[in-house]
Design a binder for this molecule. Structure first.
Ligand code: DGY
Length: 322
């Protein structure tokens, strides 16, 4: 029987590629950058399976370009880059990588929260530039964390893990839920309170965003939302950039409408909104929430297992189709 052909749109950890090589002929994009769209569409013309990234748009045009495709595996938990309804309409399985990057992303949210609150990057810059003149009582005063209120927007796997990791800081935890479903773990472990979005904005000292990007969450945080937050509050985003209207965030940070922000994701990656990088009260990371050795390796092996299942006509472990 003819061996299946698989294309991987970017170099991923070798463990996943090796698994796929055992069952199929595998080609990996040799260039470490997102692929040009036309080149990608031409490349998948004879492929039975594709592993792609959040930077690849998986839509009707993609599926049209791959007439023998049996399935697509996303190397990411977020799947706003995939038209799942279109895949389902065509009977094509598509998958993502939930679970294996939960702790890594939650830890990254804490790194951003502390870095923003305690002005870590700003202070580090002063040390490195040789400008520090010695200890001073008014230098780099930041926000308190212990005992403050943490607002989780989107208390799914990562939002729940983030809140649980904060146990030692004795924070009051609020959360929102788009489905209205209560989070039993957060409520029993942390005494967390399900609130509406306005209450979360008004009462939180730290807001951490963990919601997927959907039409309902695009620009959930805009000038109006920032104006309802405390002027001493911080916002952290490790989910998807467009949940925040970035120009409005720049304006809010400049005006002191909120105290600061920690961002791992951006509205138009890899760009940042004009003015954002010049501000001292924001910490900016290059979308590295899942970038730990074990998470990235486990993402590769989960994506590989998913794609192998699809090629064998089985339902993948973490299938996105209903
Ligand atoms: C995801 O998985 O959705 C992250 O954004 C990248 O790991």
């Amino acid at each position: 029987m003819e061996r299946h052909r698989i294309f991987i749109t970017r170099q991923i950890p070798e463990e996943g590629i090796e698994m796929l090589r055992r069952v199929a002929d595998v080609e990996v994009n040799p260039v470490d950058a997102p692929m040009d769209r036309a080149e990608l569409l031409a490349r998948i013309a004879d492929c039975h399976g594709v592993v792609g990234l959040l930077t690849d748009r998986i839509d009707a045009e993609f599926f049209d370009a791959a007439p023998v495709l049996k399935g697509y595996a996303n190397y990411a938990v977020g799947f706003d880059n995939i038209d799942v309804a279109e895949a389902t309409r065509r009977g094509l399985p598509v998958s993502n990588t939930p679970g294996v990057l939960t702790n890594a992303t939650a830890e990254c949210a804490w790194a951003l929260l502390f870095a923003a609150a305690r002005r870590v990057v700003e202070s580090d810059g002063v040390m490195r530039s040789g400008q520090w003149t010695g200890w001073g009582p008014l230098q780099f005063i930041g926000g308190d964390v212990s005992g403050k209120t943490l607002g989780i927007v989107g208390a799914g796997r990562i939002g729940t893990a983030m809140a649980l990791m904060g146990r030692g800081f004795n924070m009051k935890v609020l959360y929102t839920s788009s489905s209205g479903r209560r989070n039993a773990v957060l409520e029993s472990e942390l005494n967390a309170r399900l609130v509406d979005f306005d209450t979360l904005l008004a009462e939180s000292d730290f807001i951490s965003i963990h919601t997927p990007l959907t039409p309902a969450t695009r620009h959930l945080f805009d000038a109006a939302s920032f104006s309802r937050m405390k002027p001493t509050a911080y916002i952290v985003n490790t989910a998807r950039g467009p949940v925040i209207k970035e120009d409005d965030l720049v304006a809010a940070l400049k005006a002191g409408t909120i105290a600061g922000a920690g961002l791992d994701v951006y509205e138009n990656e890899p760009s940042m909104a004009p003015g954002l990088a010049e501000l001292d009260n924001v910490v900016v990371l290059p979308h590295v929430g899942s970038a730990t050795r074990s998470s990235r390796t486990d993402m590769a092996t989960l994506a590989a297992r998913n794609l192998i299942a699809m090629l064998e006509g089985r339902r993948p472990e973490t299938c996105l189709n209903p």
